[in-house]
Design a protein around this ligand. Structure first.
Ligand SMILES: *Cc1c(COP(=O)(O)O)cnc(C)c1O
Length: 384
């Protein structure tokens, strides 16, 4: 097993760390490729530091192995950081640049989603100043109500782009709010509306560039929404977007969030543990202290609810999760010693990121994104 730390050099390696399996990430990406077809392009969502997994390392491998064509970010700064790491693949900005960031779209060769004439004018003006032609994608709002033009405005905006000598229409896209659920009507209507809008633009003899729409939910459930390119996010990292989503192909968890036993002490029946003294020992037992807390991304909602895996068995969290530590009831007869590995979630353990998300009343996306900067990401080649 060869390891490399992603991000800044870390002199002192904490025992609390996130192992990132490059093999599992590439396995998921290959499965997406196989499922959606070789001719189709893939834009991997690496926003939010690749959902907390470390964007530069994973994006680099995905591009090197030719399994990703585009990189998707949500902030101009994220795109700039990838360029500074030497990544050359096209970068799509899923959100809008703020007015002060227009220059950076050019400096760092970032392709923006656009949705209105005023924003397009700013970009065109900057392009003219620099004597270049800037590729943009047109985002159409077919139901998400986030960014995007209204479908009926789209042909005119597309025409504006295609007639401007400093702009080039590189693609047309939309986004789905419920492609990961069982109820199909809303998404089917969106797909129909999107197709119809694309047709209207083509009727004007405008080259649309890449047509794209599918997030993880639509990759799993709506082949008719794959078009020219798909934009997977959460399935790359080995979680399904929703508990309802049909698991139409296999994915493997990429992150293992782990720590080790820092301290073990005996507590007596009736002793109470951690802030608020909310957990009480029902009998004499042993309590292990783990050096990870909510500041690391071990959610405080796991207080007295979460379970961790130590030496292949599950043990319950005892009392409130602190900022930097939490306690686990390891019972009376365990052979656990200080220094033993503790899996907080993920990897091959019985505690999946998805199950932690359910316990916390949220989605796996947030669980992974909340793994804090203090936690080193260790890229692992080979199986976990
Ligand atoms: C984040 C994002 C995606 C990926 O979404 P997943 O649900 O993680 O697959 C795709 N497209 C856009 C525009 C996004 O913002």
């Amino acid at each position: 097993m060869h390891c490399e730390v992603s991000g800044d050099n870390i002199v002192i390696m904490r025992v609390t760390k996130a192992l990132i399996s490059e093999d599992n990430f590439l396995y998921n990406l290959r499965n997406i490729r196989e499922k959606t077809g070789k001719h189709r392009k893939i834009c991997i969502a690496v926003k939010a530091d690749a959902y907390g997994h470390g964007a530069a390392a994973l994006a680099g491998r995905a591009v090197e192995t030719a399994s990703a064509d585009y990189l998707g970010v949500a902030a101009v700064s994220e795109g700039a950081a990838l360029r500074e790491k030497g990544l050359k693949a096209p970068i799509l900005l899923f959100s809008l640049a703020s007015s002060g960031e227009t220059g950076e779209l050019f400096d760092f060769d970032i392709t923006p989603f656009t949705a209105d004439i005023s924003y397009l004018n700013d970009i065109a003006k900057e392009a003219q100043k620099r004597g270049v032609r800037k590729t943009v994608h047109l985002k159409i709002d077919t139901g998400m109500r986030r960014i995007g033009c209204r479908p009926e405005e789209a042909p005119l905006i597309a025409e504006f782009i295609s007639e401007n000598k400093n702009l080039k229409l590189g693609g047309i896209c939309t986004h789905f709010p419920v492609s990961d659920t069982r109820d199909r009507e809303f998404t089917e209507n969106q797909i129909a509306l999107f197709k119809n809008t694309v047709d209207k633009i083509r009727e004007k003899k405008i080259d649309t560039g890449l047509v794209h729409a599918a997030n993880s939910g639509a990759i799993l459930q709506y082949p008719e929404a794959w078009f020219d390119m798909v934009r997977p996010g959460i399935i790359l990292y080995g979680s399904y977007p929703d508990t309802e989503t049909e698991k139409t192909f296999d994915i493997k968890p990429v992150m293992t969030f782990e720590s080790s036993v820092l301290f073990i002490k005996k507590v007596k029946k009736g002793d109470r543990v951690s802030y608020g003294l909310t957990w009480e020992a029902k009998e004499d037992t042993f309590i292990a202290t783990i050096p990870a807390g909510y500041a690391d991304g071990y959610n405080r909602l796991l207080s007295s609810r979460g379970k961790v895996e130590i030496n292949g068995s599950l043990y319950p969290v005892a009392g409130r999760v602190c900022m930097d530590q939490f306690m686990v009831d390891i019972g009376n007869n365990s052979s656990i010693k200080t220094g033993d590995k503790v899996i907080l979630f993920g990897g091959n353990s019985a505690v999946s990121g998805d199950s932690v998300a359910q316990l916390c009343g949220t989605i796996p996306y947030e669980i992974y994104c909340n793994i804090n900067k203090r936690v080193p990401r260790i890229i692992v080649q080979g199986s976990l």
